[in-house]
Write a protein that binds this ligand. Structure first.
Ligand SMILES: Cc1cc2nc3c(=O)[nH]c(=O)nc-3n(C[C@H](O)[C@H](O)[C@H](O)COP(=O)(O)O)c2cc1C
Length: 334
């Protein structure tokens, strides 16, 4: 029997397949299906800093200026049309998921500034979450703000969240840091027990009929798994904490490559949205078949065996990869 157990954030998971935040993990009807299909854990949709600030601002304004002004107060805040404000829904989700599932339930908070809102991490922990995932989704457009300032702000935020909770903390980041290995280390030192690589960053699109800039959601494909594969392969050597791969996990082979690079768990959202929770059974089947054919008994045995530290030529993870990649095209063309 192939042993798929893995440790993630100090939690023992029976499989490395984690359902990452999204509509599937936010739907209680999907929870038993995810568990039955072999999910090792689920991460619930994020409680956003804006959802909390929105409510707090509205309450303060209403108290100060009379309840009638509440509508006016709300107009100063970011548009959250169709999104629940306040934490109640998320706290209920944690409680309900814990009651419904025997696998770990990770609650997610999503924000970029230190401040009062981080106390909601504590409330989510008190509601029963097994760990907290802090998503640092950010778009820094101010030319007066430097990378150092931004990274220090993130570290302060990680420290603040860590102080609020006694359960493990994962930090989900984007790929666009100038010195990612250094930043990852700094985040670990600030209190991250693990890193989730990566946030999928969404770029806006232009509607050519209306000339409006619009958000446009695109689900990932397997090609997107190369980015987490690259950086997990590099960071495995330096990281003391857990590494979760997020982005482009659609098949058992995608999962396998990320585990070989050094991931402790592989996360998936797009594939679950496309095919439903039972798709995890296919991912699992493909992984186990490959392992059986090559006499691997456990995920532990293969994890990280093709990381930067464990390949004969570590340069393939560095600049040399670029050189070889473009020249491989020229060679193919002739
Ligand atoms: C519709 C949708 C909603 C999402 N909501 C969240 C969220 O609330 N919090 C979060 O950290 N990530 C969220 N994500 C990002 C996913 O968790 C995941 O990191 C990303 O989609 C990349 O993984 P994938 O390639 O498997 O889709 C969402 C993604 C989608 C498509």
């Amino acid at each position: 029997m192939t042993d798929l157990t893995t440790m993630y954030l100090g939690l023992k998971l029976h499989s490395p397949f984690v359902a990452s935040p999204g509509p599937v993990t936010g739907d209680p009807a999907m929870w038993p299906r995810l568990e039955a299909a072999g999910a090792g854990a689920i991460v619930l949709p994020s409680l956003f800093e804006e959802q909390i600030e929105h409510e707090a601002f509205a309450v303060e304004y209403a108290l100060g200026y009379g309840a009638d002004s509440n509508g006016e107060a709300l107009s100063y805040l970011p548009h959250l049309d169709g999104v629940e404000v306040g934490p109640d829904h998320h706290l209920d989700l944690v409680e309900d998921a814990k009651a419904a599932l025997s696998i770990p339930v990770i609650a997610s908070i999503n924000g970029v500034s230190p401040g009062g809102w981080v106390r909601y991490a504590k409330l989510l922990a008190e509601a029963g979450a097994d760990a907290i995932e802090l998503n640092l989704y950010d778009t820094v457009t101010d030319p007066m703000t430097s990378a150092t300032e931004v990274e220090h702000r993130y570290m302060e935020l990680i420290e603040e969240v860590k102080q609020e909770i006694s359960i493990p903390l994962a930090v989900k980041i984007g790929p666009w840091f100038t010195a990612l290995a250094h930043t990852a280390k700094a985040f670990e030192l600030a209190g991250a027990d693990g890193l989730v690589l990566f946030n999928r960053l969404y770029q806006p699109d232009i509607d050519l009929d209306t000339l409006e800039v619009r958000p446009r959601l695109q689900l990932s494909t397997s090609a997107d798994a190369r980015l987490p594969l690259h950086w997990i392969g590099v960071l495995r050597e330096f990281s003391r904490g857990s590494l979760a791969a997020s982005g482009g996990v659609h098949t058992g082979m995608d999962a396998l490559k990320l585990l070989l690079a050094g991931a402790d768990v592989v996360m998936t959202t797009s594939a679950l949205l496309r095919h439903g929770p039972e798709h995890l059974l296919d991912i699992r089947r493909e992984l186990v078949t490959w392992m059986d054919e090559r006499d691997y008994d456990s995920v532990r045995q293969l994890r990280g065996s093709v990381s930067r530290a464990n390949v004969p030529d570590p340069d393939v993870y560095d600049r040399a990869n670029y050189f070889q990649t473009i020249h491989s095209w020229v060679e193919r063309a002739h």
